[in-house]
Every structure is written in C-alpha cells, then in structure tokens.
Design a protein around this ligand. Structure first.
Ligand code: ZN
Length: 384
C-alpha cells in the first residue's frame, strides 16, 4: 500500500460513492464486488455471500488467533431524491480540500473505506482474527445481511463504522416501534355529516391523544443515563424520550362523502429502559378508536459503558478527539443484531450526522483521518 493511508482511504470512499448502491438495486452487487476486489488486490482473502436474495455481503477473514473482532459496515445507501437539490451530483464522488460529498459519503462509505484499509493493513499484524463484513441492506432493516452474519460469527467484539462525526461513540441505539392505526366510521352524504361517523376525525383525535406518549418519563437503566443525556448533543432532544412521528395517513374517498375508514402509520423510537411490548401496551391504552397493529419493531439495546472494550475505545479516541462522547443512537443500525447476541458493539465513524440521509451529504476529510487513527491505535492495542 503506497501513499498516505488517509489519501488512499478517501480515494476508496470516493470510488464507492461513484457506485450508486441504493438498497435493493443492482448497484449493491457492483459495490460489494468493488470491496472484495480491492481487498483481494491487497492480498486479503475475500468472498461474496448472499444469505438473503438481493443483499450480497462482502466477507473477508484475515489473520488468526484465539480471539476475533468483526468489522461491520454497509455499502447500501438511501436514494438521492431530487438531483436538483444537490450542489454536486450525488454519485460523482466529488471532493474538495475539506469534504467528500455525495450520497453515502457519511453513511457510510467513508467509514467502510477506513475498515477496508485497516483490514488490509493490520491482517497478520495483530494476534487476533479480523472478520470484515460489508453488508448491503442496512438501510432497509438488515434482516438479510447483518442479522445473518450475527448468526454465523461469534466475535469477541464488533466495531461498526457508522457516521458519528468521529466524535460520538455509539454504545447502543433506541428501539423501534412502528405501528399502523385504523379507524372505522360510518359513511354518509357529505351534506349530512351528523348521519355518519367521520373516520378521519376519529383518527385525528387519536393521533393527538397519542402525542402525549412523548411526554412520558422513561427511567434510564443504571449506567446508561449519562450516555442518553449526552445523545442530545448529537441528535437533539428526542433520544431520551419516546419520539413520536405520525408519518403516513390515508383516508376518505370523495369530497362529498363522510369517510368511513382512515389509516395512519406512526414511527416511535423507544429509549433503553422500556421494551417495545410495554410501549405497545401504552399505545393501546391511550388510543380510543383506532385498532393498533405493529408494522415493525426492534428492542432498544446497548453495550455497558463500563465494558473494558468501551473503556479502551474511549482511551484511543481521547488521543485524537478533544471530547469524545458516549451516546445512544437515535436511529437503528445493524449493531443491534450483535448486541442482541450479547457481543460488545461499538459504533464510531466519520460523516456529518446532520447530512446523512439528507441533501448534500458529506464527510469531512479531517474526520475520516481521525476515525482511521482512532481505530488503528485501538486495534493495535487489542486484545485489552
Ligand atoms: Zn449507515
């Protein structure tokens, strides 16, 4: 490997951004092929597996030892949306002296490039096995990629290079409780609404009532309260509470008909300290008219802040980051599949958290360099 590591990493990340690997598109195959080919060129044994159709995984196993660590990344990205809203073509991989731009720059092709480089650089130089995996369905739930790698590997530690401004050390993430509400009314002529029962109004009343769920106090488990509080620095005030977002609503047939049916979807994220079952019970106790069914759910999860792997990571980060902060992530990531198996899982990586999934996504080159240095020091110091 020639040239400065960071220059090479940024080049890899830019090449990756140029592959439009939106989840469930053909681009994910091109992206995992690129990853595996790059590793092979550097002498790392890499292969492609496909545990679930349409979601190939690039896998490399390097080095050996009693212990193993798994580097988890994803090649897939969310769609770019309206191209005219981007300052630069979202798939051009454009860079200037400060940033790499484009869809996936932060989430998480810069981080993935850091892991690719480190796998090649440290293979055989550390006395543990490195399992590198690049999945391609993280943005659509991870049921085919990471869920399966978590079933197949038992590493001692998982590192995940998701966007976090190279400052936020993710120890866990909120749970997901997405529900579908349906209200049924009685149709009537629109000129005689009192003869009917308006399903849209029933729904609006329930949605309003349910908004109170965001005001409930959820007691944070011992040890994690500070991380939850710190998370507001990364994501704003929604992390320690049950966030409440009615996101889709459908109802009514015609302007002159009293609607007899209305459907709404609500996306709630549950902080550690509550289960999704408990959350669902609360939802059902608050709504008056709506039938509630679960659309999708995942339990909140975290690695103990006092875990020695976490302490070691904070130490490595402090060398390069003025004030690294341990947080609980607002959104879900593939890290949860490993935490559900009891494996310590740390999430840290470059990428501006305010621009991920947004227009003009970007990753600061300085952050990419920081992530590389933190991970390199940390991985060289392992096992602790
Ligand atoms: Zn991501």
């Amino acid at each position: 490997m020639s040239g400065r590591p960071v220059d090479e990493i940024v080049r890899i990340a830019s090449d990756l951004v140029r592959i439009p690997s939106v989840s469930d598109s053909g681009g994910v195959y091109a992206a995992v092929d690129f990853v595996a080919a790059w590793l092979k060129e550097r002498g790392v044994k890499a292969r492609i597996a496909e545990y679930g159709k349409g979601a190939p995984v690039a896998i490399a196993e390097a080095g050996s030892g009693k212990r193993s660590i798994l580097l988890n990344g994803h090649v897939d990205v969310v769609p770019a949306g309206d191209p005219s809203r981007w300052k630069h073509d979202p798939f051009s991989g454009k860079m200037d002296k400060d940033y790499l731009y484009g869809r996936g720059a932060g989430d998480m092709k810069a981080g993935l490039a850091v892991f690719m480089y480190l796998t090649a650089e440290l293979a055989g130089r550390v006395d543990y096995k490195i399992i590198f995996t690049a999945v391609s369905d993280e943005e659509v739930g991870g049921a085919r990629g990471a869920k399966n790698t978590a079933e197949r590997y038992r590493p001692d530690l998982v590192l995940d290079c998701e966007a976090g401004n190279s400052r936020f050390i993710g120890l866990g993430e909120k749970g997901i409780l997405q529900v579908r509400l349906v209200t049924n009314g009685i149709s009537a002529h629109g000129s005689m609404p009192s003869r009917g029962k308006n399903a849209i109004m029933l729904m609006l009343d329930d949605l309003k009532r349910l908004s109170a769920i965001a005001k409930l106090k959820v007691r944070a488990p011992k040890g994690i309260a500070e991380a939850l509080k710190n998370s507001t620095m990364a994501y704003g005030p929604d992390v320690p509470i049950i966030s409440y977002n009615p996101s889709v609503i459908n109802g009514g047939v015609k302007i002159n008909v009293v609607p007899d049916c209305c459907e709404a979807y609500v996306d709630m994220r549950i902080p550690p300290g509550m289960s999704t079952a408990k959350g669902l019970g609360i939802v059902r106790s608050i709504v008056k008219s709506a039938a509630v069914t679960v659309h999708s759910s995942a339990e909140p999860n975290y690695t103990e802040p006092g875990d020695p792997y976490v302490a070691g990571f904070v130490k490595a980060a402090k060398r390069y980051v003025a004030n690294p902060i341990r947080i609980i992530k607002a959104g879900g990531t593939d890290g949860r599949f490993f935490r559900y198996k009891g494996i310590p899982t740390i999430s840290f990586g470059p990428g501006d958290v305010r621009t991920i999934h947004a227009y003009n996504e970007r990753a600061a080159l300085k952050d990419i360099a920081t992530s590389y240095k933190v991970y390199r020091d940390y991985m060289l110091a392992l096992p602790l």
